[in-house]
Design a protein around this ligand. Structure first.
Ligand SMILES: [Zn+2]
Length: 248
């Protein structure tokens, strides 16, 4: 049974808002938070995502020169590395036996290579895409103990994985039902911000039709479960009162 959900702040990124909101004019730079999540239950402790790679520490030019519309400037200190973040949550790397890999992007999977001994739950479409990628990102280690999970898989009672393709082929969102707390829907990058949700604007998608279908599915889940919806990178949501008791 899921007892506790913690939101782990993994640093931030400056990006051009046109990447969050399709059609927004280029030149409007916004700071977005990077999140990982810690799920504690009777069955163990699960880490969802692992933040940015070590190469981003103090290095906002990690991606080199970029066109204004593609601007991504990681804002990461050594305190934002997943091992240091876990220490602040009272844990060591080896306490994490299971990692949920929502998708392969640098700000979600950047620290995954540190978890050599953990089971890494990922959708098979995400791992298959990585295995076929001729330019595998440096933060991806295909030697991890990936375990394929399908839509609807429940790693523990109170945690359900939802396959939400579109942003990437094997993208996962999560429905959390902590005991005694409000049900939470983590959209991850299927929906970047509240504005995307409220105004029905897709964010970055590799497959827009599948992405739109995933958003519609998440809307149905949120309504059916009366869930509080936490978006992948909303600049304002972290300060909203409801979440503060959770954020570590
Ligand atoms: Zn992403």
């Amino acid at each position: 049974m899921l007892r506790d959900v913690r939101f782990l702040n993994m640093g931030s990124c400056l990006i051009d808002r046109s990447q969050l909101v399709t059609g927004h004019p280029v030149g409007d730079v916004v700071r977005i938070p990077i999140w990982a999540y810690l799920l504690r239950g009777d069955e163990g402790t699960w880490l969802v995502d692992t933040g940015m790679p070590m190469g981003c520490i103090g290095n906002e030019r990690y991606f080199g020169e970029m066109e204004p519309g593609d601007l991504i400037l990681p804002q990461m200190t050594d305190e934002d590395m997943i091992d240091r973040v876990l220490v602040r949550a009272g844990l060591r790397l080896r306490d994490i036996g299971e990692v949920i890999f929502t998708h392969a992007h640098f700000d979600h999977a950047g620290g995954s290579a540190l978890f050599q001994d953990a089971r890494v739950l990922a959708h098979p479409d995400e791992v298959a895409a990585l295995r076929q990628d001729p330019e595998l990102p440096e933060w991806i280690d295909l030697g991890l103990r990936y375990e394929a999970v399908q839509d609807g898989f429940e790693p523990m009672p109170g945690v359900r994985l939802i396959h939400t393709p579109g942003h990437t082929p094997g993208h996962l969102s999560l429905l959390l039902r902590p005991q005694g707390g409000r049900t939470i829907l983590l959209t991850v990058d299927a929906v970047y911000t509240r504005r995307n949700w409220d105004e029905d604007i897709l964010g970055a998608m590799t497959d827009r039709a599948r992405g739109q279908a995933s958003v519609e599915r998440l809307r149905a889940v949120a309504a059916a479960e009366d869930a509080a919806v936490f978006f992948g990178h909303d600049p304002d949501q972290a300060t909203e009162a409801f979440w503060c008791s959770f954020i570590g």
